[in-house]
Design a protein around this ligand. Sequence first.
Ligand SMILES: Cc1ncc(C[n+]2csc(CCOP(=O)(O)OP(=O)(O)O)c2C)c(N)n1
Length: 283
Amino acid sequence: MVTKDDFFCDFENKWCPGCGNFQILDAMKDTFTRMNLAPENLLIVSGIGQAGKTPHFLKCNYFHGLHGRALPVATGAKIADHELTVVVSSGDGDCYGEGGNHFISAVRRNIDITLLVHNNKVYGLTKGQASPTSDKGFTTKMQPGGVIAEPFNPLTVALSLGAGFVARGFSGARDHLARLIRAAMTHRGFAMIDILQPCPSFNRVNSHAWYKRRVVELPDPPEGANDLEAAFVLARKWGDRIPIGILYQKQGPTYTDRLEALRDGPLCHFSYDKEKVAKLIAG
Ligand SMILES: Cc1ncc(C[n+]2csc(CCOP(=O)(O)OP(=O)(O)O)c2C)c(N)n1
């Protein structure tokens, strides 16, 4: 029986008070425990940023790699051991900016991993520049006249690329978020949750209170979540009412289902000729 304490890690945490990352981390721990997922059967992959530090505070396998490169690492890990549960914890800059191309590829492949994007609509770690999801007019020290580009909408992009599980969460709706994470992790295939979170230090517009007034929970279990047109409408909603929940879900063959080489079990269990590999590497 797995307990929350199994994931306990006392690594020093320097997230700001009021940061949505605390609730996302707690929802993750809660979900892993409820799923009775042993830490040794879980891999968390992250890139650079405050969100990228999330696995430091969890006792389980993790890989904290380069900025924007969490998804390719997670994809490689899933191909090496397709029985492993793989979760990616990324920021909006990390995933949609520096890692934007990898995001597109992961959706198209339908690799069976869960992507949690901590979307604070700003670059937190580097102290407050605009990110791809910052709204037009958002002012920062780097953009004193306000952002002039259109914001990137990860949900409509994922839907247009044929994603099988697309959801929006909010760090301040912790229990709702934990249910979403569980649904994403039990979905076979690529599952993404764009998680709205306040950044009390560098985003003074989209605060916890700002979201609290606007987020509206979609029915749970979702009604009509297989209606792509309706999902686009929900994904585009922003302003007075922001729907959170599963926008769209459909099953389909995953990337590893389609790889012939994995038919006889995970690659990592196969024996290999070490000499041949050494020669290959030496060129
Ligand atoms: C290739 C590369 N470009 C830029 C940086 C500098 N950098 C580090 S973190 C970061 C932004 C992180 O923002 P986000 O992913 O939104 O995460 P947050 O800190 O807000 O959680 C940047 C630009 C870097 N480390 N590597």
